[in-house]
Design a protein around this ligand. Structure first.
Ligand code: XMP
Length: 526
């Protein structure tokens, strides 16, 4: 974690027992305006306590507490005086570790379940209904709470579905309060944070900016930094934050590889510079990229070529920056818009398995001799947008859809050529315009428009037969792009997009909708 995090006020540690519940819990804690960090369940308790947490949450996980090799927890965790909240697997661990009974009954409960709250005035359940739907996912069941605990809820299957020990500040629920289907889950979590642990909801994006600005200044001193801008929200916000900290010591490089969307370069050149005052170098490298991509249709090869060319152009720009002011302070730092899910997914600091390799701005090589500045390492995407807004970045940049580093190059199935790019740019611009006009930008995560360049089909336009290409609309909703569902866009919007694209974009005679979730499909087609 960056140097600023130990100073963060009131940190809640979320202990990760696997299966990605921890990330969702960490988000929910932050939605309650309390700072949270994920730590692996293998971290020794002494190390957790050394972080001086204001509270600890034990996540759910895929194991049974009785399975061989199932992760356990050191009793010392419950004896340190730090408030602890166990959820699902974490709840069962708390129960067994402190002397309660968890039976391997085979009584399974999965999905939506009715919770019967027996102590409605309890710390966790106050103000919530006596009967409430919750999301369950467990095989074992707790039949007796540890000594000193009050049972506060049950289900038809589980006699002890929640318990509390106010004196010791220990709380647990058998279900998953972090998922939406547990309708009062956020309230219960907030009760733990505010009432159980006594934490005030004070964590804001304003704090994050202040902390980061200070940390960046201390790190960089009077030396210089560069930042690769991709036009995406992450690099834009990272750059704006570093600019706020060190001003003219930062130079941004924007590589226009010709694979950008319509209007993108102009937006970075004008609006972004106007809002931030950033020193920007735009490199027009379209020809270079298109030459290198000529004749290539394999997606991995395209990615590799784009990555390689990007590095070359970037290194060249960096050498020029140094050469232009040789007497100046060295350019020692590279700013990157790495986000918290990237850190978690690449196993950084959490001990979790590497789920996917981290997509960064343009695939900068590891042997670039720079010290990294990653001011967004603690943040989720929606938080990055809030920081961007707070820094005064234009709405169109802050709320733009995620866009892959290799750009439209991976949204053309088949060879990438200038003509095809121009065609896709038009179709993409129409889709974006119509989604914005329909007020749907905040409802979808992103909507790639994909050109099936090597498919042709027969159509009819006016009196003539056409033999054109299809484009695919891929609107998805997602919280973090790890999983996604296809967005149920209104038919009228889809109809308008389809009509406009087939009327306005020559060569396209069909618009099709991708109705696949992720998994099994990915978001991009490539
Ligand atoms: P997939 O296609 O893997 O995409 O479901 C998940 C998310 O990542 C974006 N993406 C990228 N972003 N560089 C990036 O900065 C890349 O190379 C890259 N490839 C995919 C994609 O748009 C989606 O949001």
């Amino acid at each position: 974690m960056p140097s600023a995090s130990p100073a963060a006020p009131d940190t809640v540690l979320v202990v990760d027992f696997g299966a990605q519940y921890a990330q969702l819990i960490a988000r929910r804690v932050r939605e309650a305006r309390v700072y949270s960090e994920i730590v692996p369940s293998t971290m020794p308790v002494a190390e957790m306590l050394a972080k001086n947490p204001a509270a600890i949450i034990l996540s759910g996980g895929p194991s049974s507490v009785y399975a061989e090799g199932a992760p356990s927890v050191d009793r010392a965790l419950f004896e340190a005086g730090v408030p602890v909240f166990g959820m699902c697997y974490g709840f069962q661990l708390m129960a067994t570790t402190l002397g309660g009974t968890v039976d391997n009954t085979g009584a399974r409960e999965y999905g939506r379940t009715g919770l019967h709250v027996s102590r409605s005035g309890s710390t966790l359940f106050e103000g919530t209904p006596d009967e409430q739907p919750v999301w369950m996912s467990h095989g074992d069941a707790c039949s007796a709470a540890p000594e000193g605990f009050t049972v506060t809820a049950s289900t038809d299957v589980v006699p002890v579905a929640a318990f509390e020990n106010d004196e010791k500040k220990l709380y647990g629920v058998q279900y998953h309060p972090e998922v939406m289907h547990s309708t009062h889950g956020q309230q219960v979590l907030e009760h733990f944070l505010y009432r159980g642990a006594g934490i005030a909801p004070e964590w804001t994006m304003g704090n994050v900016i202040e902390e980061q600005v200070e940390a960046i200044r201390a790190k960089v001193g009077n030396r210089r930094a560069i930042c690769g801008l991709s036009g995406g929200v992450d690099s834009a916000v990272a750059a704006a934050l570093v600019q706020k900290a060190i001003g003219p010591q930062l130079t941004c490089v924007y590589v226009d590889h010709g694979l950008m969307r319509k209007g993108e370069t102009a937006q970075v050149e004008k609006d972004f510079v106007a809002a931030t005052g950033i020193k920007l170098r735009v490199v027009d490298a379209e020809k270079r990229f298109l030459d290198a991509l000529a004749g290539v249709s394999d997606p991995e090869q395209k990615r590799k070529i784009i990555g390689r060319e990007f590095i070359r152009v970037f290194e060249q720009a960096q050498a020029e920056i140094v050469a232009e002011a040789p007497g100046d302070q060295p350019v020692e730092f590279l700013v990157q818009g790495t986000l918290y899910p990237d850190v978690v997914e690449s196993g950084g600091g959490t001990g979790t398995a590497n789920i996917k390799s981290h997509h960064n701005v343009g695939g900068l090589p590891e042997d670039l001799e720079f010290t990294l500045i990653e001011p967004l390492r603690q943040l989720f995407k929606d938080e990055v947008r809030m920081v961007g807004a707070e820094l005064g970045l234009p709405e169109e940049i802050v709320h733009r859809q995620p866009f892959p580093g290799p750009g439209l190059g991976i949204r053309i199935v088949g060879e990438v050529t200038k003509d095809r790019l121009d065609l896709l740019r038009e179709a993409d611009a129409i889709a974006r315009e119509e989604l914005t006009a329909a007020g749907l930008d905040r409802d979808i995560w992103q909507c790639p428009v994909v050109l099936l360049a090597e498919v042709r089909s027969v159509g009819v336009q006016g009196d003539g037969r056409t033999y054109g290409h299809p484009v695919v609309l891929r609107p998805v909703s997602s919280e973090d792009a790890m999983t996604a569902d296809w967005s149920r866009l209104p038919y009228e919007t889809l109809a308008r997009i389809s009509t406009r694209i087939t009327n306005e974009v020559a060569e396209v005679n069909r618009v099709v909708l991708d109705v696949t979730s992720k998994p099994p499909g990915t978001i991009e087609w490539e």
